[in-house]
Design a protein around this ligand. Sequence first.
Ligand SMILES: NC(=O)c1ccc[n+]([C@@H]2O[C@H](COP(=O)([O-])OP(=O)(O)OC[C@H]3O[C@@H](n4cnc5c(N)ncnc54)[C@H](O)[C@@H]3O)[C@@H](O)[C@H]2O)c1
Length: 358
Amino acid sequence: MMSLADFYNGKRVFVTGHTGFKGSWLCSWLKLMGSEVCGYALEPNTDPSLFRILELETRVKSVIADIRDHEKLDAVISEFDPEIVFHLAAQPLVRRSYKEPKLTFETNVLGTVNLLEAARSLESIRSFVNITTDKCYENREWVWGYRETDAMGGHDPYSSSKGCSELVTSCYRASFFQNTDIALASARSGNVIGGGDWAEDRLIPDIVRSLVTDKELIIRNPKAVRPWQHVLEPLSGYLLLGRFLYEKGQQYAEPWNLGPHEIDSLCVEDVLRKFIEIWGKGSYKIESEGNPPETTLLRLDVSKALQKLGWRPQMTSEEAIGRTIEWYKQFYADQEAAKSLLEKQIREYEEKLGEAGA
Ligand SMILES: NC(=O)c1ccc[n+]([C@@H]2O[C@H](COP(=O)([O-])OP(=O)(O)OC[C@H]3O[C@@H](n4cnc5c(N)ncnc54)[C@H](O)[C@@H]3O)[C@@H](O)[C@H]2O)c1
């Protein structure tokens, strides 16, 4: 079977949210495979920023603009005329969504509407993948993994906005894309880890900040179970899905869960302990009071992606944490070398995919 790299070589790919953590990894991978990439997002909002470290502004066509500005978005996407769209731009932080619910809904829901509207008028697009999250499900606090057919929901504004983005996606698919060449899917993945994330209020960036400043880490919700994965795992699912939509069309135009094997659904404290053990130092304190409520039990059923996409996780949680630590340690020792390490990690992951026949 043709490899992902063979498929993406020469394809015109539009990525929203390319200045963020996942977007920077995705653009790096696409560039390694030989795609022509146009990114659309706001300026990076962390310092350090993976986008800046990788100098992606010189390697992709990078447009710094707001997804809420539909006129600008229309103009940029129609000029680039993409074949494949990955929509990652979002306000992705739960805590910030409590402080700025309106901004979160405008970005995550109307931003998706703006992009889908822009896509409607373009004949070049074959695949459109909307990246949402495991948090889009109505949370039942049950032990089973959510299936793609379960109800959308979300108590906090972030989760709810992603549930809404899913509903918008399914509406556009049924109302506007069914008899067209645009195959529209969504991908729901869990919490990702990997080198180069410095977002606020996220476990791994918080651990890294505490380790490099020698400060004790304070954690909330230590027993919250999440589907943690290395960032390359869901990205391989997005890429696979983009390809299936392109080659096989509407039969793949549906929602897809992408998450770890059941055994690798760890709680926050497990991840933290493993991280400290592999890094070789660190300490933490639990302070749960005064924090906004968050879901404590969240698992994904990934049977559909396993069966129909042939996608499967390639790393154990230990390996994922190991690779993450390897990258951050390299970054704090030698920033230039961290750039090539990221590419090496992508190449090694491609080899794993090749060995697995994906
Ligand atoms: N990181 C995770 O654990 C995780 C898990 C599940 C799903 N996701 C989803 O993956 C996507 C990427 O997440 P990330 O972790 O890379 O987040 P990030 O904060 O690092 O990146 C977000 C990106 O969206 C862009 N963006 C935000 N508001 C925008 C606006 N108004 N106009 C244009 N661009 C805007 C930012 O500039 C940035 O490029 C998001 O849709 C997020 O919901 C992330």
